[in-house]
Design a protein around this ligand. Structure first.
Ligand code: ATP
Ligand code: MG
Length: 573
C-alpha cells in the first residue's frame, strides 16, 4: 500500500484525555480513532491488524470443528426475558427509534446484544433435536455492545468491541467437559500464535450464575489490565481477585483484655473517622454490615476495619441468593441505630452472624455500639461476644495476603482477560426447553458451553506489550505490513525509481509492503513514522544505498541496520 494514498496521518501528540498506553500509541500511529469514550474506528492500518488477529482465532476455532456464522447485533426482547437476563445483565443496551418520525414508523425497542446465548440457543434448537447431530459448535466474530461504566483503558474496554464467541452443544456433561478441554488447547494455540503465551495464565474465576463450577479466564500480564491475579507460588494455581481464597496476615497482640467501654462518637460513621477520633489503627476496628436476602432474612457480617467485603464469597458462605446490603430502615429496626453504628453486641438472636477470619486473634477492638452515635472499645471474643465456632473467608483479596492452601504469600500481578470459557451446563437449555431425543428415544436436556475471546482487547494488549519509547513493535503475524519501504528524497530521482521498482517486485512476490512514497516528507519524519507504526522490517532506499545497488534493512526493535543487495532482498523476502 502506498502511504501517499492513506487518508490517515500519524500524530505527534495523542489526545490528552487518552490515558492508556495502547490507545495513545494506536491513535498516534493512525491505527484507531476515538469517536467517544469506549468507541473507536479501526483505520486502514488498525483494521489490517484486527483482521489478522481475527483470522488466527478463526483458524483455531475451525480446527476444533466450530462452524462460523454471523448472528445479528439487534435482537428482540423475548429471548432475554425468557432467560431473565433482561433484568440481570447490568451492561445491557436497548435501542429504539431516535425521533418521533422514526418511532411512529416502528415503536419497538430492541436489545443490542452484549453476548449471544439468547440468540444461539433458539437458533441451534431449530435445527438439532436428535442425538446423532450432537455435539455441535457454532461461533462468530462480531461486534458486541456493553454499557461499561467508565471505559478508560482504550481497546481493553470498549462500549462497542469485537468478540469471538463460540457456543457448544452436547448430549451430556462428560461430552461438554471433553470439548471444554479441547477449547482450552485451542486458546493456548491462539495465545502462542499471538506471542502472548508466556505471559498468559489460566485463572479460576466465578462461573457466574451459570454453574457452581469455576469458569476459566485467560489472563495476560499487562500494566493497563484491569484484573488483579493471585498466584499461589507453590501450586501455580491462579485465582481472579473476586474468588481468591485468602488469609489476611494476622494482627499479633499480647495485650491483656481491657475493660469494655461505650464511647460517645457523635457523627462518626466510617472506620477512618473513628480511628482518627479514637487514635489507634484500622486493624483494631471491626466493621459490621447487615445484609438481607430475597425473603428479607437479615444476616450480619463482620470483618476487620482495613478489609473490604467480597459479596461473591459471602453469597457462597451464607448460601443465600439475592443478598444485598440492608437499607437504613431495616438497620434501624434490627440494631436500633442509624447506619454506621452496627455492631455485634446485643444483636437480635434471629440474625445469623458471619465472621471473617481477619478477626481471628484480635483483642481490645472497636466496633459499633448498636446505638446511634456510640461505639464500643476494648471488645473481646469470649467475654463480650461469643467465641465463634467458625471463621469464614469473606474479604476481598489484597496484595500481601496468604494462600490458605500453601500458607505462602500470593504473587499478584495485573492482567487483562483476553478470553473466558464457561461450562454453561443446562442454564440456557432449561430456559428455552431445549431437549434432544437420545438413542432410546428418550428426551434429554442439552448441555452447553460458551467460549469468548476478545480480538480488539487483545489488539490493545499486544500494543501495550510490543512497544517501546518510539512506538509499536508488532509481531510479524499481526503486523499491518511485513515491510515498511521508505523512499528517501533524492535530487536525481534515481532512488525514487529504484524504490518504485523494489515496491512492485515485492508486491508481485506477495510481500505485504507499506511504501512510504510521500514526496515532500523529510527522512527524519519518515524514520520516526516507521518506528511509530512498527512494521517488522524497515527497508530504506536512498541515493546513498543505491550507489552500491543496495538497500538498508533494519529490524524494528533492533539497533543495527544491514546493507543488502536489492536482488537478494527480493529473492529472500
Ligand atoms: P470483563 O470482566 O473484563 O468485563 P467479561 O468477563 O465481562 O470481561 P466476557 O463476557 O467473558 O467478558 O467476554 C469474553 C471476552 O470478550 C473477554 O474475555 C474479553 O476478551 C472480551 N471483552 C469483554 N468485555 C469487553 C470490553 N468491554 N471491551 C473489549 N473486550 C471485551
Ligand atoms: Mg469474562
Amino acid at each position: 500500500m502506498r502511504q501517499s494514498t492513506l487518508f490517515t496521518k500519524t500524530l505527534k501528540n495523542p489526545p490528552a484525555d487518552e490515558i492508556s498506553l495502547n490507545s495513545r500509541l494506536l491513535i498516534r500511529g493512525g491505527f484507531i480513532d476515538k469517536t467517544m469514550a469506549g468507541v473507536y474506528t479501526f483505520l486502514p492500518l488498525g483494521w489490517r491488524v484486527l483482521r489478522k488477529i481475527e483470522q488466527i482465532i478463526r483458524e483455531e476455532m475451525d480446527a476444533i470443528g466450530g462452524r462460523e456464522v454471523l448472528m445479528p447485533s439487534l435482537s428482540p426482547r423475548w429471548p432475554w426475558e425468557t432467560t431473565g437476563r433482561l433484568e440481570e445483565v447490568d451492561v445491557l443496551f436497548a435501542v429504539s427509534g431516535a425521533n418521533e418520525a422514526s418511532r411512529t414508523k416502528n415503536s419497538s425497542e430492541y436489545i443490542l446484544n452484549s453476548t449471544h446465548e439468547e440468540i444461539v440457543t433458539p437458533l441451534v434448537q431449530k435445527y438439532i433435536s436428535g442425538y446423532k447431530d450432537l455435539p455441535t459448535a457454532v461461533y462468530q466474530i462480531q461486534t458486541k455492545f456493553r454499557n461499561e461504566p467508565r471505559p478508560k483503558s482504550g481497546l481493553l474496554r470498549g462500549r462497542e468491541f469485537r468478540m469471538k464467541d463460540l457456543y457448544s452443544f452436547h448430549k451430556d456433561e462428560e461430552d461438554l467437559r471433553r470439548f471444554y478441554d479441547l477449547s482450552k488447547e485451542a486458546y493456548w494455540k491462539i495465545c502462542e500464535r499471538l506471542d502472548i503465551k508466556e505471559d498468559t495464565y489460566i485463572v479460576l474465576a466465578s462461573g457466574g450464575d451459570f454453574t457452581k463450577d469455576y469458569s476459566h479466564e485467560f489472563q495476560t500480564k499487562c500494566e493497563t489490565g484491569e484484573d488483579l491475579i493471585f498466584r499461589d507460588p507453590v501450586s501455580g494455581i491462579c485465582y481472579n481477585r473476586e474468588i481468591a481464597p485468602v488469609k489476611a496476615p494476622a494482627v499479633q497482640s499480647f495485650e491483656d483484655k481491657k475493660e469494655l467501654q461505650k464511647v460517645h462518637t457523635p457523627g462518626l460513621k466510617t472506620v477512618d473517622q473513628l480511628v482518627e477520633f479514637l487514635g489507634g489503627s484500622t486493624k483494631k476496628t471491626v466493621k459490621t454490615l447487615l445484609y438481607q436476602n430475597n425473603d428479607s432474612k437479615v444476616i450480619a457480617v463482620a470483618l476487620r476495619g482495613d478489609r473490604q467485603i467480597d459479596e461473591e464469597k459471602l453469597t457462597k458462605a451464607a448460601g443465600e441468593n439475592g443478598l444485598e446490603l440492608a437499607g437504613p430502615e431495616l438497620i434501624k429496626e434490627k440494631t436500633g441505630a442509624d447506619v454506621g453504628y452496627a455492631g455485634l453486641i446485643g444483636l437480635p438472636d434471629d440474625i445469623d452472624v458471619y465472621l471473617d477470619d481477619s478477626l481471628q486473634g484480635l483483642v481490645n477492638f472497636e466496633m459499633g455500639g448498636n446505638e446511634t452515635d456510640y461505639h464500643y472499645t476494648n471488645v473481646n471474643f469470649g467475654r463480650d461476644i461469643p467465641e465463634p465456632d467458625k471463621f469464614y473467608d469473606l474479604k476481598t483479596a489484597e496484595a500481601g495476603d496468604i494462600c490458605p492452601e500453601s500458607g505462602k504469600e500470593y504473587e499478584t500481578f495485573k492482567a487483562s482477560e483476553v478470553g473466558n470459557i464457561f461450562p454453561l451446563n443446562i442454564k440456557f437449555s432449561k430456559s428455552f426447553n431445549y431437549y434432544y431425543n437420545d438413542e432410546n428415544g428418550e428426551k434429554k436436556i442439552v448441555y452447553m458451553g460458551s467460549y469468548g475471546f476478545g480480538p480488539s482487547r487483545v489488539m490493545g494488549v499486544l500494543a501495550e506489550k510490543f512497544s517501546d519509547d518510539r512506538g509499536l513493535v508488532w509481531p510479524e503475524q499481526v503486523a499491518p505490513f511485513k515491510v515498511h519501504l521508505l523512499q528517501l528524497p533524492d535530487k536525481t530521482g534515481e532512488a525514487k525509481e529504484k524504490s518504485e521498482e523494489l515496491y512492485k517486485k515485492l508486491v508481485q512476490k506477495g510481500v505485504e509492503v507499506l511504501y512510504d512514497d510521500r514526496p515532500d516528507i523529510q527522512a527524519g519524519e519518515k524514520f520516526a513514522d516507521a518506528d511509530l507504526i512498527g512494521c517488522p522490517y524497515r527497508v530504506v532506499v536512498s541515493s546513498r544505498t543505491i550507489k552500491e545497488g543496495k538497500a538498508e534493512v533494519k529490524k524494528r526493535g533492533e539497533k543495527e541496520a544491514e546493507m543488502v543487495e536489492v536482488e537478494d532482498l527480493i529473492k529472500n523476502s
